[in-house]
Design a protein around this ligand. Sequence first.
Ligand code: COA
Length: 151
Amino acid sequence: MQIRKLNRNEIPPIELLLLADPSRILVEEYLKRGECYIAERNNKIMGVYILLPTKKDTIELINIAVFEHEQGKGVGKQLIMDAIQRSTVNGYKTIEVGTGNSSIGQLALYQKCGFRITSVDRDFFVRNYEEVIFENGIWCRDMIRLSQDLE
Ligand code: COA
């Protein structure tokens, strides 16, 4: 498996990106402002993530997603470690990520990759999404923010 930056002339894997964020408008905005990376094997895309510089020395990992049939095999973890490594090499001091309070697997995965919870943006999903989101039997309303210092 190879992880590489998507070239400007390549079409981004929108369906895959929408797995992580159902808002096409937001995803297209992120693609404009950030850099998209893809994991591929035998020329087939397996996973994706976007890195978005937010404030000075800080970058945010957004829209990480792995095709359903490839999930649970370590691809997501490799994508996160790749994002951390690239951000470190590029001189960023902090990498951030956010996920819903109901995203149990993602919360586990980010912490396994060294992220720590920094804050909770209460009612983020209530404010920003029209539809009510339920996941793992939990109402998704708060955004859990995590970060990691880079060196
Ligand atoms: N409790 C504890 N650990 C859990 C867990 C749970 N409920 N669910 C998952 N994990 C852990 C696994 O044990 C594994 O850790 P391990 O390597 O120590 O065993 C890890 O999380 C999963 O790793 P991996 O196989 O690399 O993840 P993946 O390839 O399935 O990718 C996502 C993870 C989140 C990218 C993928 O599930 C996905 O695309 N989901 C839909 C999009 C999405 O939700 N994106 C994130 C938006 S915030």
